[in-house]
Design a protein around this ligand. Structure first.
Ligand SMILES: [Mn+2]
Length: 284
C-alpha cells in the first residue's frame, strides 16, 4: 500500500495473544488510528491468554492489518484437513481458550489475510512478511494468499516459517538469510525470537520478534522514522500455558488414539519420543 510521509505505520512483532502489551505499545507510539496504521507481522494466535481480544482488535479496527504467520497457518491447515496434529498441541490448546463460534469467525477472517504486505513511502519501501525470504524467492511469483494445501509449497513454507529450524538460512548452522539478502525493500519480519531487534549485515531488515509471549518484550517499529518502541511482557505466558494445559493435553490426545496406538505408545520409548516431538514442535 502507498502511504504519505504524514501517515505513520506501526509494525508489531509476534503478538501471540498478548493483548495488554499490544494496547500499551500502540498507546506508547502515539499513533492516531484515524489516519495512521497498525500492521502485525503475523502469529497473533497461540501462546498468550488473550487471543480473542487481539483478534477482535484486528477484525474491528479499520486501520489495523495483519499478515499470516506459521501459527495462523497451523490453524487453517488443521481445520482444512479436519484433523488434529497429535504432535502439535498449540492448536488444541488455543481452541479450549476461545468460544467455538468466535473460533470459526476467526478462521474465516484469517483465511482472507495476505502472506505479505508492502508499505511504500515516497522515498522508501518496506516489505512485511512473517519469517523471511531466501534469494531464490521472487515475490512476483508468490501468491498473496495461503492455498489450503500449502504444505507442499516450499516457497510459501519459507515465507511463513513452517519447518524453519530445518531450512538453510534459518537453521542454526547456515548463515542467516537476513545477513545475505538483498532487496529493493527493507524487510520487516517476526518469527525468530531474539533479545534485540535484528538489523542484518546490510542493515536492510528489521526482525522484531522479541519474545513477548515468553516473558520478553513486544516490539513495534514505527515508520517512517524507523523508531523502535517496546513494552515488557507482564509474564511468561508460554510457561504458564505449558504448566496448565500440556499434561491434560497428553491425556486428551491419548484418549483420541486407537487401542493399537495406545498400546504402542505405552512402550516407554515411544512416550518419550512423542513428548520430545511435542516439545520441539511447541518451540516453533
Ligand atoms: Mn511466533
Amino acid at each position: 500500500m502507498e502511504v504519505s510521509l504524514q501517515q505513520k505505520v506501526l509494525i508489531i512483532g509476534d503478538i501471540h495473544g498478548c493483548y495488554d502489551e499490544m494496547i500499551e505499545l500502540i498507546d506508547k507510539s502515539q499513533i492516531d488510528l484515524s489516519r495512521d496504521w497498525v500492521i502485525s507481522v503475523g502469529d497473533i494466535v497461540d501462546r498468550g491468554m488473550k487471543t480473542p481480544e487481539v483478534f477482535s482488535f484486528f477484525q474491528n479496527t479499520p486501520h489495523a492489518l495483519m499478515i499470516l504467520g506459521n501459527h495462523e497457518a497451523k490453524h487453517l491447515f488443521q481445520h482444512h484437513k479436519k484433523k488434529v496434529d497429535l504432535t502439535d498441541p498449540s492448536v488444541a490448546i488455543q481452541k479450549r481458550m476461545i468460544e467455538p463460534n468466535q473460533y470459526s469467525v476467526m478462521l474465516d477472517y484469517l483465511r482472507s489475510q495476505p502472506l505479505y504486505q508492502s508499505v511504500e513511502y515516497p522515498n522508501k519501501k518496506y516489505l512485511i512478511l512473517h519469517a523471511g525470504i531466501t534469494e531464490d524467492i521472487d515475490l512476483q511469483d508468490m501468491p498473496l494468499y495461503l492455498p489450503e494445501d500449502y504444505v507442499k509449497d516450499e516457497k510459501i513454507k519459507t515465507i511463513i516459517g513452517r519447518g524453519s529450524r530445518r531450512r538453510k538460512g534459518f537453521d542454526e548452522k547456515s548463515t542467516p538469510w537476513y545477513d545475505e539478502i538483498s532487496s529493493a525493500y527493507t524487510i520487516v519480519f517476526g518469527h525468530q525470537i531474539t533479545q534485540e531487534v535484528i538489523r542484518g549485515e546490510n542493515k536492510n531488515v528489521y526482525g522484531i520478534d522479541t519474545g513477548c509471549c515468553r516473558g520478553g518484550k513486544l516490539t513495534g517499529l514505527l515508520l517512517p522514522e524507523e523508531k523502535n518502541f517496546q513494552v515488557e511482557a507482564k509474564k511468561n505466558y508460554y510457561d504458564e500455558i505449558e504448566k496448565n494445559y500440556l499434561d491434560s493435553y497428553y491425556l486428551e490426545v491419548f484418549d483420541l488414539l486407537s487401542e493399537k496406538q495406545k498400546e504402542t505408545l505405552l512402550q516407554q520409548d515411544n512416550i518419550e519420543k512423542t513428548k520430545k516431538k511435542i516439545q520441539q514442535e511447541m518451540k516453533e
